[in-house]
Design a protein around this ligand. Structure first.
Ligand SMILES: Nc1nc2c([nH]c(=O)n2[C@@H]2O[C@H](COP(=O)(O)OP(=O)(O)OP(=O)(O)O)[C@@H](O)[C@H]2O)c(=O)[nH]1
Length: 132
């Protein structure tokens, strides 16, 4: 199966809460909570992809220097092997506002374990808890 590389953001605010958005109706796994981010375009670095996705999805400005790798997960879905690369981000410019019809919430890290998230994300949660 093809390998799909996705970069995602663990946006941490001053209270130590993490931003999650839900997958809009009509997409695979609609309604599940996930970390903002998306697929790398051809020849694009994970950092550049994430900076671009955060602008598109939430209207915030970041830069590769703000991104700190904080974990990864690997999961085989029906049609792809997903490699999910997570970056912690504590500083950005602007206020996140969902731009693609997603719902959004800030949750304490412990609260992540109670959310309905894609199966690929579960192994990330312990890694995220460890960096706080
Ligand atoms: N951004 C993000 N994607 C995730 C997470 N967990 C997870 O399994 N994924 C999967 O990684 C892929 C991300 O791709 P994407 O967001 O660019 O694409 P998409 O499915 O929304 O569809 P699109 O091609 O219409 O943009 C999706 O298949 C999504 O289900 C996560 O926490 N964040």
């Amino acid at each position: 199966m093809p390998l799909l590389t996705v970069a995602c953001a663990v946006l941490l605010n001053a209270d130590g809460h993490v931003l999650v958005t839900d997958r809009p109706a009509g997409k695979d796994m609609a309604g599940l909570w996930e970390f903002p981010g998306g697929k790398l375009e051809p020849l694009e670095s994970p950092e550049a992809a994430l900076v671009r996705e955060l602008q598109e999805e939430l209207g915030i400005e970041t830069s590769p220097a703000c991104l700190s790798p904080c974990g990864f997960a690997s999961w085989s879905y029906e049609k792809v092997n997903l490699l999910l690369l997570a970056f912690a981000i504590r500083r950005w410019r602007g206020t996140p506002v969902p731009r693609e019809g997603q719902r959004m919430q800030w949750v304490p890290v412990n609260g992540l374990f109670r959310l309905d998230m894609p199966p690929a994300d579960r192994p990330l949660l312990g890694q995220i808890a460890a960096i706080l």
